[in-house]
Design a protein around this ligand. Structure first.
Ligand code: DGL
Length: 281
């Protein structure tokens, strides 16, 4: 019996898919860096919507519309799977986008993996979450954490000053500690034993945060959680893993000035990067 084979170009394309990583800005580069160091063999495309970041204070409908455009862009640019590394976008848009794409296009978030690790780690069941206004208002972390363990108490605090400071390259400044204290003290007064850094950007501040919370609080950073969860996902879903390109290429896209992205992005990613301009619509 004759079987009609796809043309060779189609076979090639199917087996050379990239892993798409999306963030509203630069913060996801920190997560990408850890993913690439854990899974260096794959090809990646990173998109930062720097022209429209921060997302954290925007209305839900706007975050959904921007995130959808970003995910569409990544699928149009050879991605076989997309990780929304932005918690705000994961809270406000992920479920709807997953429903719209259905099983055909895989889109993953970062919130549930972080919640799973926090529930595993907590000793007294008192979990703190710092995140953007959007993520806190969505209550998504509270829902996911209590779904995993109904006995945990969750205390959240929105930290709107952190992302603009990080995006402008200010994360090492002396004022940062004062600002962090202001955001973290209310959670420490609630005697949290575990703290979720519920915004991709905050992983960049982990050392400063550790200084404020002290040595005993477990810090759950997505930069550590996501690579492990992604590796486990590929192990479980061999059919997706088999479609991924393994030439260690990384493509960077930004919606804003690429020269600016190149400078700050190279610092956050830990090596020099080349950036292409992305237009989202
Ligand atoms: N990266 C986003 C997050 O993880 C926050 C930055 C923003 O407000 O755009 O929530």
């Amino acid at each position: 019996m004759w079987v009609r084979l796809p043309p060779p170009a189609q076979i090639m394309q199917k087996r050379n898919k990239r892993i798409g990583i999306f963030d509203s800005g630069f913060g996801g580069l920190h997560v990408l860096r850890s993913i690439v160091s854990a899974l260096p063999q794959y090809d990646y495309a990173y998109l930062g919507d720097t022209a429209r970041a921060p997302y954290g204070d925007r209305p839900q409908e706007t975050i959904y519309a921007y995130t959808k455009q970003a995910v569409d862009f990544l699928f149009r640019h050879e991605c076989g799977i997309v990780v929304i590394a932005c918690n705000t976008a994961s809270s406000e848009a992920l479920r709807r986008i997953q429903d719209e794409y259905g099983a055909a296009k895989k889109v993953l978030g970062v919130l549930i993996p972080a919640a799973e690790v926090a529930v595993e780690r907590t000793t007294k069941g008192r979990i703190g979450v710092i995140a953007t206004h959007g993520t806190v208002a969505s209550n998504k972390f509270v829902r996911e954490l209590t779904k995993l363990d109904p006995t945990v108490r969750v205390f959240q605090n929105a930290c709107p000053l952190l992302v603009p400071l990080i995006e402008s390259g200010e994360h090492g400044s002396a004022e940062m500690e004062t600002i962090l204290k202001r955001y973290l003290d209310p959670l420490l007064r609630k005697k949290i034993d575990t703290l979720i850094l519920g915004c991709t950007h905050y992983g960049i501040l982990e050392r400063n945060i550790r200084k404020v919370v002290g040595p005993t609080v477990h810090i759950v950073s997505e930069a550590r959680v996501v690579p492990k969860k992604l590796a486990a996902y590929f192990k479980k879903h061999g059919e997706i893993e088999a479609t991924l390109g393994k030439r260690s290429n990384i493509h960077f896209y930004s919606t804003d000035r690429t020269d600016n992205f190149k400078i700050l992005g190279s610092k956050l990613f830990g090596k020099k990067i080349q950036v292409k301009k992305a237009t989202l619509r």
